[in-house]
Design a protein around this ligand. Structure first.
Ligand SMILES: [Zn+2]
Ligand SMILES: [Zn+2]
Length: 251
């Protein structure tokens, strides 16, 4: 499996695009997980030599704009991919299209397909075995586990620490976690209200889940990368990284 990070930043990052992860593998179609925060999706794909038109399957982890608003680019390019998400997320996706481009359905050759998924469900999407776990966030959110050719990729989506995320990541070859910053990058009170794990918490989950490697994304503008890597190292012995926009990983 090849995992390409289109965006690795929190919404107000000045240097990183918002969340989008492209998955490619032999004997499977291209799969997009989250769609970046807007039309930057098109530019982020172009920057790594990928085309929006080749993407027919998009899993949306939740309705927040930094994960979902890139689907507008698909509407303007007259693309009608299959969107997969919880009912709350799919309602928001439809509303986003209708709100911003009211007659978009009439210009599309085929109406977008909104496919409902549920917590604790395993389905085949684009040739991958995909399992969904309940994340703990401000809105209904799924963590996503993808298995293919004996390899396991896990994405926490946006979630505070939970047993569900650890189950999702169990024995993963790569666990991608929404670690926002290091513990000391902000005050304790502020960190508690951010609804994302610290790097230390991400590393503790990685250890409990016995993952083979940890990558931290959703990096805040106030995060100190060195602090994040240093504190994560105290809790987890395996490979730890903070991908950049455009980074490719192979598992
Ligand atoms: Zn969110
Ligand atoms: Zn987010």
């Amino acid at each position: 499996m090849q995992i390409s990070f289109l965006g690795t930043g929190a919404p107000l990052s000045a240097t990183r695009a918002t969340l989008g992860i492209l998955i490619k593998a032999k004997n499977a179609e291209t799969l997009l997980i989250d769609s970046c925060g807007g039309f930057e999706l098109y530019r982020r794909l172009d920057s790594i030599g990928e085309k929006l038109a080749d993407i027919k399957h998009v899993i949306l982890s939740h309705r927040h704009g930094d994960h979902m608003a890139g689907i507008m680019a698909m509407a303007l390019d007259s693309l009608s991919p299959n969107f997969y998400g919880l009912e709350d997320t799919m309602q928001a996706a439809k509303q986003l299209f209708e709100l911003t481009y009211p007659n978009v359905s009439s210009v599309l050759d085929v109406a977008p397909q909104y496919k409902l998924i549920n917590y604790s469900e395993t389905v085949n999407i684009a040739g991958y075995k995909v399992s969904f776990y309940k994340a703990n966030h401000r809105v209904a959110t799924v963590a996503i586990r993808i298995e293919h050719d004996g390899k396991i990729f896990a994405f926490s989506a946006d979630s505070v620490v939970s047993n569900e995320i650890i189950d999702c990541a169990n024995n993963a070859d790569l666990f991608v976690c929404d670690a926002l910053c290091a513990t000391n990058d902000v005050s304790k009170e502020r960190l508690a209200g951010l609804m994302h794990p610290s790097a230390l918490e991400a590393a503790k989950m990685a250890k409990r889940a016995k993952v083979k490697s940890l990558a931290m994304i959703h990096i805040a503008r106030f995060a100190n990368i060195t602090n994040m890597l240093t504190e994560a190292r105290t809790a987890y012995d395996g490979p730890i990284s903070i991908p950049n926009d455009g980074s490719h990983y192979i598992i």
